[in-house]
Ligand binder design. Structure first.
Ligand SMILES: Cc1cc2nc3c(=O)[nH]c(=O)nc-3n(C[C@H](O)[C@H](O)[C@H](O)COP(=O)(O)OP(=O)(O)OC[C@H]3O[C@@H](n4cnc5c(N)ncnc54)[C@H](O)[C@@H]3O)c2cc1C
Length: 401
């Protein structure tokens, strides 16, 4: 049996960032326990890879605080560690008057958050940035960037390892038993014990937390985001990132175009209920996980709002009908055609919903006895991962002391 002072469950950007920061500030014996044989196999390696500077989050929110700081720190970290990051900037296009008005609101928020933006008032100005983009007006945010999220996570893990952290990959935590102030993690590969547990298990964080009597009023509802990519000959239609005007009431941004650091142009993600926490294909089911979502009162309360039902049906349509996905994309770049799209990867968001049906938009961290649980680290969780690591380290050290 291996024994540690701190065990971190989850080898995504959050778990690795906590390991990196905690090992940088203390001499504690720390390990990271990851069920897959590689790191960043789930949300941290299956996302859009966008560093979101925080222009579209409410100024008092934790999202705004972590994203603005996270953007600055991610850029510095990637520069120092030679990780691919391109400062491409993002264009948020408005296609009607209502969206145009919303751009002004977003700009006000951005200014309060300290993020530079500019409103482009004419089609000509838009097309100086993106010659093939639609829209009558757009908000331009030069600070947005594209990053290679897997390389970033591996770099953080490498740094943590150099600071003495042990990594156990291929160890799935099946059960946690706490006896005499020690947590025993019963894994698929033997037992690992620790005095303190950090739960950064992403899509399964709620299940581990519930085993320890924490966060029982919350459950993760998995929302799949599917991507297409442009065929190489059509990548020139998009130079940077083109987004629709976001709806302030929804946590997801809507299908958008992103040029990645490997020069692929991806389109997506949509947001559709996943029939399993790791059901990446729309034909895949995990019966017991689906049943657990359907048994959850919070899920039905969330769906009870007519707006959510409309959005859910619209997103389902985009998942099962390629034409619907393409129509949404053409509202941003009218020249793209059906044959320009290739199916690409999918990611699943670990979206926390409270039992009263509230969809939690801000990051949510809860503490239990000698344990910290990252219950909601939805987008822009990648962008925010360095400040998350700092914040959690401080909270953990307060608890340990
Ligand atoms: C489609 C999509 C697009 C996104 N786009 C962006 C974006 O452009 N910009 C941005 O900033 N953010 C984005 N995000 C959000 C971002 O990816 C997440 O916030 C972030 O990756 C969460 O990291 P994590 O470490 O908490 O979770 P994860 O990366 O999911 O890591 C959790 C880890 O825990 C492991 N694990 C789970 N259960 C166990 C167990 N029982 N035992 C051992 N290990 C376990 C898993 O295998 C996994 O590796 C996006 C997310 C998705 C899904």
């Amino acid at each position: 049996m291996s024994e540690y002072e701190v065990a971190i469950v989850g080898g995504g950007c959050v778990g690795c960032s906590v390991a990196y920061h905690l090992a940088g500030q203390t001499d504690l014996d720390i390990c990271v326990v990851e069920k897959e044989h590689h790191l960043a196999e789930h949300q941290s390696g299956r996302n859009s890879g966008v560093v979101h500077p925080g222009f579209n989050y409410p100024p008092s929110s934790l999202k705004a605080k972590f994203a603005t700081e996270g953007t600055r720190r991610m850029k510095e970290y990637c520069e120092e560690n030679d990780i691919p990051l391109e400062e491409l900037g993002v264009l948020v296009v408005a296609t009607d008057q209502k969206e145009r008005e919303r751009l002004t609101e977003i700009q006000e928020q951005a200014t309060e958050n300290g993020v530079k933006t500019e409103i482009l008032e004419t089609r000509e100005e838009i097309q100086e940035h993106e010659p093939h983009a639609a829209g009558e007006a757009a908000l331009y945010c030069p600070e947005a960037a594209s990053v290679d999220s897997q390389k970033y996570v591996y770099s953080l893990a490498g740094d943590a390892e150099n600071r003495g952290v042990d990594f156990y990959t291929g160890y799935e935590v099946k059960k946690i038993k706490t006896v005499d102030d020690t947590h025993h993690l019963l894994t698929s590969n033997g037992t690992i014990s620790a005095s303190y547990l950090v739960n950064a298990a992403g899509l399964y964080a709620d299940e581990l937390a519930h085993q320890m009597g924490v966060g029982e009023e919350y459950q993760i509802v998995p929302f799949r985001g599917e991507y297409y990519e442009l065929v190489p000959q059509k990548r020139d239609l998009v130079n940077t990132m083109i987004y629709p005007t976001p709806d302030s009431e929804l946590p997801f941004l809507g299908v958008h175009f992103t040029r990645r650091t490997d020069d692929k142009v991806i389109i997506g993600p949509n947001a559709v209920l996943a029939f399993g926490r790791e059901a990446y294909e729309n034909t895949q089911f995990d019966i017991s996980e689906l049943a657990s979502t359907f048994k959850y009162e919070g899920f039905w309360k969330l769906l009870a709002s007519p707006k959510m039902i409309g959005v859910a049906l619209n997103e389902l349509n985009k998942s099962y009908r390629k034409e619907a996905f393409i129509e949404a994309s053409q509202s941003l770049v009218p020249e793209v055609e059906t044959e320009d799209f290739r199916k690409s990867y999918a990611g699943i968001r670990a979206q926390v919903v409270r039992e009263d049906g509230t969809l939690i938009k801000d990051p949510l961290f809860e503490h239990g006895s000698q344990s910290t649980h990252v219950l909601n680290a939805v987008s822009p969780g990648l962008t925010s991962s360095l400040p998350f690591g700092d914040h959690l380290t401080e909270a953990i050290l307060n608890q340990i002391e």
